[in-house]
Design a protein around this ligand. Structure first.
Ligand code: G4P
Ligand code: NA
Ligand code: NA
Length: 193
């Protein structure tokens, strides 16, 4: 997505060879016009898939998620993150380990919001190791619903998440794929459009 690549080049800050800061349009301040275009692009990519729910995770997945859900005309559900949980029967729970933050969260979705027969599009802001996306996919599968695909705003293609998700059989569509953050610069995996 050309508009997003340009935004990454103009406003992204390379914090290290692993981490890109994009707090001026995605993770803190948000650019609603760009978000709307992302929603349109995910909808175009997953056209004809009869998606019934969009699923993301709080907090930064919510904005691209809601724009996609609006475009598709379906509800958005965001999984909640919790530190530890007493057993409950009305929620789906999965453990997600973050390599970036070196912590485990339990992510939860109320059972009443995803049902068997649902066709679910998972959306998230970043793809690194894929832990969050796998956790969301396991929740969809616990519900007896189907993961139609995984839409990612920024994939760090030098980390293994994208490959692991594809090897597991999921369709992954990333709006921007970053090949490297070495030497303080962003290089994209796909040639410029
Ligand atoms: P994974 O799910 O792909 O395995 O990723 P990981 O656990 O490493 O990511 C942990 C958090 O860090 C996630 O946000 C993720 O979006 C974010 N993240 C990972 N790599 C980058 C990066 O290069 N730049 C930025 N800006 N964020 C990155 P989170 O904890 O869920 O926070 P929130 O922003 O959604 O509230
Ligand atoms: Na994030
Ligand atoms: Na996220």
């Amino acid at each position: 997505m050309q508009l997003l690549k340009q935004k990454v080049l103009d406003e992204g800050i390379v914090l290290s060879n692993q981490v890109l800061k994009v707090d001026s349009f995605l993770n803190h301040q948000m650019d609603p016009v760009l978000m709307k275009e992302m929603g349109k692009e995910f909808t175009r990519l997953f056209d004809g898939q009869n998606i019934t729910r969009v699923l993301t995770i709080e907090s930064s997945g919510i904005a691209p998620g809601i724009m996609t859900a609006l475009e598709l005309g379906v509800p958005l559900i965001f999984a909640r993150k919790q530190k530890s949980l007493t057993l409950r029967h009305d929620i789906f729970v999965e453990k997600v380990f973050s390599f970036t933050k070196q912590e485990t969260n339990e992510i939860t979705v109320a059972k009443k919001f995803i049902h068997s027969g649902d066709r679910v599009l998972i959306i998230d802001d970043f793809l690194a190791n894929g832990e969050a996306a796998f956790g969301l996919a396991r929740i969809v599968e616990q519900a007896g619903a189907e993961v139609i695909g995984i839409g990612i705003v920024i994939e760090k293609a030098f980390q293994p998440g994208g490959r692991l998700l594809k090897e597991a059989g999921y369709r992954v569509e990333s709006l921007v794929r970053i090949a490297s953050l070495d030497d303080g610069a962003v290089s994209f995996a796909d040639p410029l459009e």
